[in-house]
Design a protein around this ligand. Structure first.
Ligand code: ZN
Length: 91
């Protein structure tokens, strides 16, 4: 029997591919609110990133979320993402 491959997603920070479970999804809703979607179930356009501060800092510098969401993503949003990841991801 063939093993089913877990779907891979690319981290927009480091550009490496991981299974969805290893990444966090950042989602933009209809009102253009950006949130971290730890369950991966929220509606809206999503982007995946490693739950690591270094990858968040990379996307802050490269403004990857601006491209992913076709909008200007404020600097505070990145702080919120880092904060959420610190609270939710055990080290
Ligand atoms: Zn990464």
């Amino acid at each position: 029997m063939k093993k089913k491959k877990a779907p891979l997603r690319k981290c927009i920070g480091c550009g490496q591919q991981f299974s969805k479970k290893e990444l966090v999804r950042i989602v933009k809703d209809k009102e253009n609110n950006i949130a971290v979607d730890f369950l991966g179930k929220a509606h809206g356009r999503g982007a995946y990133v490693c739950p690591k501060e270094e990858c968040i800092e990379k996307i802050r510098k490269s403004k990857a979320l601006n491209r992913a969401f076709s909008m200007e993503v404020k600097n505070e949003i990145y702080d919120i993402i880092i904060d959420e990841i610190r609270k939710n991801v055990a080290k």
